[in-house]
Design a protein around this ligand. Structure first.
Ligand SMILES: [Zn+2]
Length: 302
């Protein structure tokens, strides 16, 4: 008999991590006037009921990026905020029809080591069916929850409109998939360095801890914050790439091992990978060999 309900952890005062069966993390931030839900998971629970059990305040829903494991239950809510560049992917990411247990099994086997602890069955699938109003979210936009303010920041790379959020009350950065150890960029490496550097610059100033979209990307199944070292290593990995000194490798996409591998930069000490049976450098982000610099910045070698 496995666990059949998402795990909820209070990671700071009035700040909750909801872990959906080892797959993905969502966060509820409760203010004295409003609350905020960051990300809408995959689709195997009544997320709305969980949120409303944690707060009795009116709340907004903000999505870090339109992937099925982060925007999957968007249609449980009347309204959600999302970067405009992510909107074309939302129909796919939050599709209501044709979503089944296979998606869960495929994702979960890759996101967690211990498959046996969860028991998810088809009757738990709940993607919602509301005609959700999608509102644009821009860099610098702020959610004012009364006693706390949560600011959105662009960090394209993993997806075109990937965003992260910094909460001035818990002093946590909620980074979605923008800086997991294996997440790189499909766009200019120089842009990614700049955006990650801005995130890193805030460390110790506007936030003290990072929580990502997946616990298991930062280790075993736990509720620890993400190691800031990974952000530093991602920056250094891309710097080495632009200097022409990078150690390069190839990786198969976790979810589509049959597809041709993509190019990755290997950087940092050798560690055990959280969801694989092998070891490798701490940072192994993908990059786009066709797009190293933003146009006009080719002379800049970091
Ligand atoms: Zn993800």
């Amino acid at each position: 008999m496995g666990i059949r309900h998402p795990l909820i952890h209070e990671i700071a005062k009035d700040t909750y991590l909801i872990n959906e069966f080892g797959l993905v993390n969502m966060y509820v931030l409760v203010g004295n006037e409003r609350s905020l839900l960051i990300d809408a998971g995959m689709g195997y629970c009544n997320l709305r009921a969980i949120v409303e059990s944690l707060t009795d305040k009116p709340y907004d829903v903000a999505i870090t990026h339109a992937h099925p494991d982060h925007a999957g239950m968007t249609h449980q809510f009347e309204r959600a905020y999302l970067n405009e560049k992510e909107m074309p992917s939302l129909d796919w990411a939050a599709k209501i029809e044709g979503f089944d247990l296979e998606e869960f099994e495929r994702n979960n086997r890759l996101h967690i080591g211990d498959w046996d602890i969860w028991e998810v069955t088809a009757d738990m699938i709940n993607r919602g069916s509301l005609d959700t109003e999608v509102m644009p979210l821009k860099d610098g936009d702020t959610f004012d929850l009364g006693n706390r303010k949560v600011t959105a920041y662009d960090c394209p790379g993993h997806t075109p409109g990937q965003m992260y959020f910094i909460d001035d009350f818990s002093r946590i950065a909620f980074t979605g998939d923008c800086c997991n150890y294996n997440n790189g960029t499909r766009y200019a490496a120089s842009t990614f360095i700049r955006d990650l550097q801005r995130l890193l610059d805030g460390y110790g100033k506007t936030y003290d801890r990072i929580f990502t979209g997946h616990s298991t990307y930062c280790g075993s199944l736990d509720v620890k914050s993400h190691d800031i070292t990974i952000v530093k290593y991602l920056i250094e990995a891309f710097r080495s790439l632009l200097r022409g000194e990078a150690v390069l490798g190839e990786r198969h996409m976790q979810l589509f091992p049959e597809r041709p591998p993509f190019k990755v930069v290997l950087y940092g000490p050798i560690v055990q990978y959280p969801h694989e049976n092998n070891r490798g450098p701490m940072a192994c982000p993908s990059y786009n060999p066709e797009m190293l610099w933003e146009e006009g910045e080719e002379h800049l070698v970091p």
